[in-house]
Design a protein. Structure first.
Length: 459
């Protein structure tokens, strides 16, 4: 139809039709190609080995910088490659920030910054094409409107993708990577669609998550589930399943490869009253990596580096504990004693890179701990690590650990209303949860299960 990246539309019957590729599938293609090839852009190089090296180091820590990563993310099977979530969790702001932290502390080579830059860039691009709420903490994940910087960022991303070069060893195979062409078509189409909606139809904002195939995939996935072991319904069976789903208003799928489409039925039938109406509300679902000076400490000593990396992860977790505690009590005295507004410690590098807003003092709204408070949480972690395996031999594991933790000296000063005991209990619950989660993950079988056998076995 004459569609090109610079002209992502065609006309028919005096109407203009814009062409887009499905953003989740495009993101999976980037991940799949990064598994096989080397990406080069400017002075940077991005390779999958950097992610593997980061994962092999991070997995050995009790508190991880990227806790969601598993073997399924690093070495996915053909079926796991179909899952969008595995691709988004690798090409994410969290993994990019963690790699930057490891590079800054000398645990990964400086060349890994190129991989972090690529992950961060595509995370932000996907955020622009996956918005489902008017306001979010990540500036590119909110809806497109006149006040946001989406359009400028998309135009800059088009230049970024045009300058990408893909190599298979020393051979340039960029022309074979069709998803790059798909990204260019899609980004240009989004820019033009928003311009048309804004000027001709007076749209105030655009939620881009609606512009993908997830609703269609969820619908057909639900239809297939109605057939039991029969995944290919006939037209008659399809009609019966559609009628059943329509009147029961269950048009969501729990076993698909994509996220829920957040759609809302305009009208629902109810056994109690056909006139009864229901409403539903939508639920809300980086800075670019950069190097920075971290002081004169020799981070090349393996044991020192490992401890500092572990402390960086604990610093981020301690910020979460503060956030929860401040919901119970927050005052100027506690905030001054527990929250830092500057990067004054190499143990807070992960907080710096995880911040969505640029600048040392903002941290994107994160609660960055003071050094004294961080020392306290690190001591709690040491106590937990030493005592957990011993306490599991008796009942009341959490209560017994709490008795030991309550004897740990508190090195910071805060008001008498600060919920210190709540913070201690929350820390214990969180650490028990993640300890068991990682242990169960290691024990779980990685062998794929036969989907049809599961259906028959549960009849």
């Amino acid at each position: 139809m004459g569609v090109t990246p610079d002209k992502p539309w065609f006309t028919h019957g005096n109407k203009t039709y814009f062409l887009m590729f499905d953003p989740p599938h495009l993101l999976k293609c980037i991940r799949n190609n990064l598994l096989k090839y080397t990406f080069k852009f400017g002075e940077y190089v991005a390779v999958w080995k950097d992610i593997e090296d980061f994962y092999s180091k991070d997995i050995s820590l009790p508190i991880r910088a990227a806790p969601k990563l598993t073997e399924k993310h690093i070495r996915p099977t053909n079926f796991q490659k179909m899952r969008v979530k595995y691709a988004t969790q690798v090409l994410s702001h969290t993994v990019a920030a963690a790699i930057c932290t490891y590079v800054s502390l000398g645990s990964l080579p400086s060349s890994a910054m190129g991989t972090a830059e690529l992950l961060s860039r595509f995370d932000s691009i996907f955020d622009c094409l996956n918005s489902s709420a008017l306001h979010t903490t990540k500036k590119h994940r909110c809806a497109i409107n006149e006040k946001t910087s989406h359009i400028d960022y998309l135009k800059d991303s088009i230049k970024f993708i045009r300058n990408l070069n893909v190599f298979d060893e020393n051979k340039n195979v960029t022309s074979r990577i069709k998803c790059l062409h798909g990204w260019l078509v899609t980004l240009n189409a989004i820019i033009l669609i928003w311009g048309k909606l804004k000027t001709e139809y007076q749209f105030k904002f655009l939620l881009t998550r609606r512009l993908n195939t997830d609703p269609l995939e969820n619908f057909f996935g639900t239809i297939r589930q109605q057939g039991g072991n029969s995944d290919s319904p006939t037209p008659v069976l399809f009609t019966q399943a559609f009628r059943k789903l329509f009147f029961s208003s269950i048009l969501t799928s729990s076993a698909g490869n994509c996220a829920g489409d957040l759609d809302v039925m305009l009208a629902e039938y109810s056994k109690a009253s056909k006139k009864k109406k229901k409403t539903a509300a939508l639920v809300s679902p980086t800075p670019q990596p950069q190097t920075m000076a971290t002081g004169p400490t020799d981070y090349r000593e393996p044991e020192v580096t490992t401890n500092i990396i572990k402390d960086n992860a604990i610093a981020y977790v301690s910020g979460y504990l503060l956030k929860k505690s401040f919901k119970i009590h927050k005052c100027a005295t506690c905030q001054e004693s527990l929250v830092s507004n500057k990067l004054d410690d190499s143990r807070k590098l992960l907080c710096y890179y995880k911040a969505y807003d640029e600048g040392e003092s903002s941290f994107g709204g994160l609660h960055v701990p003071t050094s004294s408070y961080l020392d306290y949480v690190i001591k709690l972690e040491d106590v937990f690590t030493e005592t957990f395996s011993i306490q599991t031999k008796a009942s009341g594991v959490g209560a017994n650990i709490l008795k030991i933790i309550m004897s740990v000296p508190v090195p910071f000063k805060c008001c008498s209303q600060f919920p210190l005991e709540y913070l201690q209990k929350l820390f214990i619950r969180m650490r028990i949860y993640y300890t068991l989660k990682f242990a169960n993950r290691d024990l779980s079988s990685s062998k794929p299960r036969n989907r049809k056998y599961i259906k028959v076995a549960h009849l």
